[in-house]
Design a protein around this ligand. Structure first.
Ligand code: NAD
Ligand code: UDP
Length: 323
């Protein structure tokens, strides 16, 4: 049994990770400032005596005693990380310095939730870990992309300079229950729009691609990575290599929900990557990890989650006689 700190633990991925670590018999300290995370995501864990929830912003130092750190704190959807870009960079850079300092004092292992956004709008396809990326350092996505790139730099400098035991995973688009309905990410947007029979908003011409990983697969990979030998630092890509255009995703979701929605085309956001797909050789060979959940299966579970949210909203409005 370990005492494990999960920063950003009440967010989408963090909440699944906290549950998984508790299920394995660990103690979990979930630290979150609730910027994009929600208490509801970890509500079901609050009765567990091994779970502790602490409101804290990781841009400020944190003094706790733990055995391992998973550093996930950072808004991940474009509308949220662009809402307060200075805070986004601070969270990645100052937050990482604080968490690395904590790991250094305690001489413990720390894992960084990095991102495929370190590759920017990639000119190499699929993206191997050796690719240095194509990031616009002054665009609206830079607060996130460059923040995460600087965090990786800090992790590797703490490793080289202080012999810190680090693990870096580069997460590709992940989806599943506990995503926020209004966070603007493509899977949540399309499902909510389809369930309400509203038009699905395709940005650009919809030919841009992404590869979608179901959250359970990702969490399995992160836990596996945390358990590797000290010499194995990563970075390791973590994502599902099956690639889809946004048009394909929209059509699949319309079909699965039986929706009457049509498509509506909106301008492509600035610096929106045209293609994204992980090269998974390292995760497959060195980590013995690969995702198993097919898009339709994962979407089915996610659609059910969002349907229940809509149903609960509908029932409470009826109770209040709003509708
Ligand atoms: P999320 O927004 O649901 O979760 C992030 C959590 O961090 C939230 O609970 C938020 O309140 C918290 N947080 C933000 N700033 C904080 C701060 N300064 N101090 C403390 N807590 C703070 O996003 P997510 O999708 O769960 O992503 C989790 C991590 O995984 C992020 O670091 C993100 O960059 C990374 N990631 C996610 C994806 C994806 O597709 N979901 C892809 C690549 C990387
Ligand atoms: N996207 C879209 N419609 C939406 C939301 C997003 O077409 O309502 C597109 C977006 O332009 C991008 C892709 O879907 O090309 C994935 O967007 P998301 O914000 O989910 O993730 P990211 O761009 O960070 O990969």
């Amino acid at each position: 049994m370990k005492r494990i700190l999960v920063t950003g633990g009440s967010g989408f991925i963090g909440s699944h990770l906290c549950k998984r670590l508790l299920d394995e018999g660990n103690e979990v300290l979930c630290v979150d400032n609730f910027f994009t995370g929600r208490r509801e995501n970890v509500h079901h864990l609050l009765d567990n005596k091994n779970f502790e929830l602490l409101r804290h912003d990781i841009t400020f130092p944190l003094y706790v005693e733990v055995d391992q750190i998973y550093n996930l704190a950072c808004p991940a959807s474009p509308i949220h990380y662009q809402f307060d870009p200075v805070q986004t960079t601070k969270t990645s850079v100052m937050g990482s310095i604080n968490m690395l300092g904590l790991a250094k004092r305690l001489k413990i292992r720390i894992l960084q939730a990095s991102t495929s956004e370190v590759y920017g709008d990639p000119s190499v396809h699929p993206q191997p870990e050796s690719y240095w990326g194509n990031v616009n350092p002054i665009g609206p996505r830079a607060c996130y992309d460059e923040g995460k790139r600087c965090a990786e730099t800090l992790f590797f400098d703490y490793h080289r300079q202080h012999n810190l035991d680090i693990k870096v995973v580069r997460i590709f688009n992940t989806y599943g229950p506990n995503m926020q309905a209004n966070d603007g990410r493509v899977v949540s947007n399309f499902i909510m729009q389809a369930l309400k029979n509203e038009p699905l908003t395709i940005f650009g011409d919809g030919t841009q691609t992404r590869s979608f990983c179901y959250v359970d697969d990702l969490v399995e990979g992160m836990v596996k990575m945390m358990q590797t030998d000290k010499g194995f630092t990563g970075p390791v890509n973590m994502g599902n290599p099956e690639e889809f255009t946004m048009l394909q995703l929209a059509e699949t979701i319309i079909e699965m929900t039986g929706s009457k929605s049509k498509l509506v085309f909106k301008p492509l956001p600035v610096d929106d990557p045209k293609q994204r797909k992980p090269d998974t050789q390292i995760s497959k060979n060195d980590l013995n990890w690969e995702p198993h959940v097919k898009l339709e299966v994962g979407l089915g579970r996610t659609i059910e989650y969002f349907s229940n949210i809509l149903l609960a909203e509908f029932s409470s409005k009826r109770e209040l006689n709003i509708i």
